[in-house]
Design a protein around this ligand. Structure first.
Ligand code: CA
Length: 751
């Protein structure tokens, strides 16, 4: 008895003394931080004082214990801002980091947050929670980094906000590049993956687990209850490239792309919710490899096709090398609901190389809604290796639906959880279970940091009115705030400065408003800028002859953020002082989400209207996602009105997209300096529609199809004294992939 008493007292003393030893350090500058962090003991806490910490490369290397982790945190969560050239690397055991905001800067290395201090000092049993990385992107969009790299084992990354990555490289990567980082049991949960704009290149994935090189290893990572909000970087939102992962209970909201089981076997994808809301290229799940289970996932309003279908089961390559496509075998696709979505693709991507169809697989208990809204099945090879049983469809079958899907008469009703279910319980054996609980935005990320709402860039500011006087436009633009709408009263304005647009600005005329300018460019788009012109006349007659004249140009520096250019009811003329005077010229490493032109007239211009052909290195990069023109006219234009270039063989982007509708071209593209000898040049555009236009005495349209499955439709146009469309397939053996219909050709007087 006395012995036991002694032991108890002894234990109390030990535990008391170790508690006394644990220290709580409040540090106010980097010197103090590095001093203190040299010698940390289990239970120690380092607290960074509130304020801005500039150019701070934080390293934390220490050994805590399960009971007494070592913590790095903020004095007040959200009030410690890490800015400038900064990053965080942790190595050791039982570390916790929380409360920091990375903003107004970028990492000088290949990662912002790394679960390793060095190659030999990985993190284990450690946690990063309630951290924010907000637009902490390298200035050059093609300068690569990861925002988060997870190494080691048994780490957790949870309740963080990762928003607005604009440069190349995966937002969050789980690395398997050493034995100590495999079978890692990491948990990635309750994170807010905020908007990631289209990159216009490969390397825009939001989350990747492994790489093809280590695909034979299990990662055993759990990705659970995360919210992916408008993650549009590229075709893969999540790319799982390893085995044994569980991807569960995540929401993909208006995100273009798919969750792809790209490499590695025996992954489980369940209870995820994909809500497309009709947005372009919103997809679901793509299955490749062995032993994948895809069950109880919910898809609604998805508009993706091809590899971005609501559900895609790929064809494989016989005896595939690891980096190609391993044949699908033993896939279980069970109890998913697919409503109001365009496509389900089976044996997808079948071609001479991908010739091995899925085998030993099942699809059962799935529920799809058909009718006009789809889905349409695209079956690209033999699907006898997929056993269908107990699947149901609401509405009539499309002609191409496979056997083994029963038609039921069911009415879908929205349940309390916001999801659609058949009203009658007898149908509950089909589709997702009733107890799915969509995670909300409020339940993910750091609760103390705002999540970006949907914003109309051009409508958030205040109205400003000006009338003609010297320098008035320049002054109004430089004083304006983002979103402001500047209304120019009637009269003539002469602008004698190239105006930098570094915020979203609308310039609006009053009916009789004319702008002249005596510099080589009137506007220069810089970081943060977007421009909308409305109801204006712009005349280039005072512009001096200068190499690279352009009404709107981009700065010669790279621009991180995607921008918008819009024109409505604008008349532009007399850009002809030299041989290549363009209206909009997009430079290298700049990317427009869209250029939209409506109801506008262009006349006597020597160059192009939209020149988006600066990414000439054939890496699959390009300058504009959507170039969209309607109800406009073009007369005496020397170059092609639109020149888009996307070269190379990469398949990870959706664009560029081009639309020209209900417009008139007269004497376009015939200038002797126009090397393309074309009125429109589309090289590598993926979606092109040229509908209901008139081409009069103009050069022909040139379409070069490169990779992917380009969709080009040229219909309802009238070509008068204009040669036929030129279409070339550069990497494809079959017939030309173009829809040409209802076009009329007429001879006419040549100009
Ligand atoms: Ca990719």
């Amino acid at each position: 008895m006395r012995n036991l008493f002694t032991i108890v007292v002894l234990l109390m003393v030990i535990s008391a003394s170790s508690t006394i030893n644990a220290k709580d350090y409040l540090v106010a500058n980097q010197k103090q931080y590095f001093e203190v962090s040299k010698n940390l003991k289990p239970g120690d806490i380092i607290t960074l004082a509130d304020g801005v910490w500039n150019n701070f490369e934080i390293t934390l290397s220490a050994k805590g214990t399960a009971d007494k982790p070592i913590t790095l945190t903020a004095e007040t969560a959200g009030k410690v801002i890490i800015s400038g050239q900064s990053n965080l690397r942790i190595g050791g055991h039982h570390l916790i980091v929380s409360g920091l905001v990375f903003r107004d800067g970028y990492s000088p290395t290949g990662e912002v947050i790394s679960f390793r201090r060095s190659k030999d000092d990985l993190a284990y049993n450690s946690r990063i929670t309630e951290i924010v990385i907000d637009h902490f992107s390298k200035p050059d969009r093609f300068d690569n980094d990861y925002w988060v790299g997870i190494y080691g084992q048994n780490n957790r990354f949870d309740h963080n906000n990762l928003v607005g990555k604009t440069n190349k490289g995966v937002t969050l990567a789980v690395r398997l590049n050493s034995a100590d980082s495999r079978e890692n049991n990491h948990k990635i949960d309750h994170n807010y993956f905020g908007p990631r704009p289209a990159l216009g290149s490969n390397g825009g994935e939001t989350l990747r687990i492994g790489t093809s090189k280590f695909a034979q290893y299990n990662s055993n990572t759990i990705v659970e209850n995360n919210y992916f909000d408008r993650c549009d970087g590229e075709v893969e939102i999540i790319s799982s490239k390893s085995g044994g992962n569980i991807l569960r209970g995540n929401i993909f909201f208006e995100s273009s792309g798919t969750l792809t089981l790209r490499h590695g076997d025996n992954n489980l994808v369940e209870r995820n919710i994909f809500l497309g809301n009709g947005k372009d290229h919103t997809g679901g799940i793509r299955v490749i490899n062995k032993g994948q289970t895809v069950r109880h996932n919910y898809m609604e309003g998805l508009r993706g096709s091809g590899f971005a279908s609501a559900l895609t089961v790929m064809n494989g390559v016989p005896n595939s090398p690891v980096n190609r496509y391993v044949q699908v075998s033993d896939a279980k696709i069970i109890g998913n609901s697919v409503y109001d979505s365009d496509f389900i693709t089976l044996a997808g991507g079948a071609d001479a190389e991908r010739s091995a169809p899925p085998i030993d697989s099942v699809m059962s208990g799935n529920l799809i809604s058909a009718g006009d809204a789809g889905p349409v099945f695209r079956i690209q090879d033999d699907i006898n290796g997929i056993a269908f049983s107990g699947n149901a469809r609401i509405g009539a079958a499309h002609a191409n639906h496979p056997d083994g899907i029963k038609t039921i008469k069911a009415k879908l009703v929205r349940a309390k959880n916001g999801l659609l279910y058949p009203r009658k319980s007898k149908f509950s054996k089909y589709g997702v279970p009733r107890d799915l609980k969509p995670i909300t935005k409020e339940e993910v990320g750091a609760s103390w940091y705002p999540k970006p709402a949907k914003a109309n860039k051009f409508a958030d500011g205040s109205p400003i009115s000006i009338s003609p006087s010297e320098g008035v436009v320049e002054k109004a633009i430089s004083n304006a705030k983002g979103g402001d709408v500047i209304t120019l009263g009637n009269g003539e304005y002469v602008v004698s400065k190239t105006m930098t647009i570094d915020k979203p600005i609308t310039l609006k005329g009053s009916g009789q408003t004319k702008i002249l300018f005596d510099r080589p460019s009137l506007f220069e788009i810089a970081e943060g800028g977007s421009l909308r012109l409305e109801n204006l006349t712009i005349d280039g007659e005072l512009a001096p002859d200068s190499v690279g004249n352009a009404l709107i140009r981009t700065t010669s520096y790279p621009i991180q953020s995607n921008f918008l250019i819009e024109m409505e009811r604008v008349q532009i003329s007399n850009l002809s002082v030299n041989k290549f005077f363009d209206v909009i010229k997009l430079g290298k490493s700049t990317f427009a989400d869209h250029v939209i032109i409506r109801d506008s007239q262009f006349k006597d211009i020597s160059g192009s209207i939209i020149l988006g052909a600066s990414e000439t290195e054939d890496y699959g990069q390009y300058n504009v996602e959507y170039a969209d023109i309607q109800d406009s006219s073009f007369e005496n234009i020397g170059g092609p009105i639109v020149n888009l270039y996307r070269g190379g063989r990469d398949e990870s982007t959706f664009g560029p997209h081009f639309d020209l509708k209900n417009s008139k071209l007269v004497n376009v593209g015939l200038d002797k300096n126009n090397d393309s000898k074309s009125a429109i040049v589309l090289h590598g555009a993926q979606y092109s529609k040229i509908l209901d236009n008139q081409f009069i005495a103009s050069a022909p349209i040139l379409v070069n199809h490169t990779v992917g499955r380009p969709q080009t439709r040229i219909a309802g146009n009238k070509f008068i004294a204009t040669p036929k469309v030129n279409i070339a397939e550069l990497n494809y053996e079959g017939e030309q992939r173009v829809i040409l219909s209802d076009n009329v050709y007429e001879e006419g007087e040549k100009k």
